[in-house]
Write a protein that binds this ligand. Structure first.
Ligand code: GAR
Length: 196
């Protein structure tokens, strides 16, 4: 059985939908823990409510990023984690963690990569005035939002959309797409890159 860890930094809505999906009896994986790089992340409260084990520590509590990531690796190894799901984890994964878990870290990004990389993708797409954006699930590599794309889904931006309605639409798509893609990946099915 594949062992999963989820990393989040803030609200944790994607963490929650993933946790609920993974906890279903027929899901071919177990969720071992949530890791947060922010001790006050609301995702930790969600984990508590769902009965999911969680850990939190912050980069500033370590002398450098390498030792911070070494502590994360210890946690991952202790729980024999096979796959890491970034779900609103707003730190760039550094070389220490990446070299140990290369090809085993997946991220969800709220835009159609390679467009609108970075931490403000929804705002950036809205401000750009484009008529479509979307959601991308991809492998993490040493670049920022540059790893191999696993799946994408388009979200239209209508003339009457506000930033708030667009955010809501993106999150709704994320919440459906991420569990589905993870299930397909673990189940060995090829996930279709569906841009429609
Ligand atoms: C999500 O929209 C996720 O795609 C985004 O942060 C949000 C977290 O929401 N991630 C990035 O922008 C990564 N570059 P959540 O905490 O409610 O899941």
């Amino acid at each position: 059985m594949t062992k999963l860890a989820i990393f989040a930094s803030g609200n944790g809505s994607n963490f929650e939908v993933l946790a609920r999906a993974i906890n279903q009896l027929d899901f071919p994986a177990t969720l071992e823990f949530l890791f947060c790089d922010k001790r006050e992340a609301y995702a930790l409260k969600r984990a508590e409510n769902l009965g999911v084990t969680s850990f939190a520590f912050e980069l500033k509590e370590f002398p450098d990023k390498a030792s911070y990531e070494a502590a994360i690796i210890k946690l991952l190894e202790r729980h024999e984690i096979d796959l890491i799901l970034l779900a609103g984890y707003m730190k760039i994964v550094g070389g220490t963690l990446l070299s140990r878990y290369d090809g085993k870290i997946i991220n969800i990004h709220p835009a159609l990569l390679p467009d609108f990389k970075g931490a403000h993708a929804i705002n950036d797409a809205f401000a750009a005035g484009v008529n479509q954006t979307g959601v991308t699930v991809h492998y993490v590599d040493s670049g920022v939002d540059t790893g191999q794309i696993i799946a994408q889904e388009v979200v239209a931006i209508k003339t009457n959309d506000t930033l708030e309605t667009l955010e809501a639409k993106i999150h709704q798509v994320e919440h459906q797409l991420y569990p589905k893609v993870v299930r397909n990946l673990i189940g060995g099915e090829k996930s279709e890159t569906c841009v429609n």
